[in-house]
Design a binder for this molecule. Structure first.
Ligand SMILES: [Zn+2]
Length: 64
């Protein structure tokens, strides 16, 4: 049984990611972002955006 060639998709560079905020190459210090600023931007988006988890509102549990 011949060994299958492992590489299916050519990957240019592992860790060569881009900042999801501005698209610049990410820096090691602030991965995966390019800078702490973009990291803050993302964090703020996250906090104020879609991932808002509401506190439990007391649904009618009929508890007395
Ligand atoms: Zn950035």
């Amino acid at each position: 049984m011949p060994a299958k060639p492992k590489a299916a998709a050519p990957s240019p560079k592992a860790g060569a990611r881009r900042c999801p905020i501005c698209g610049k190459p990410s820096s090691e210090a602030a991965r995966p972002f390019c800078s702490g600023r973009c990291r803050d931007v993302d964090l703020n988006r996250w906090l104020s955006g879609s991932y808002w988890i509401p506190g439990r509102e007391d649904e009618d549990e009929g508890h007395e």
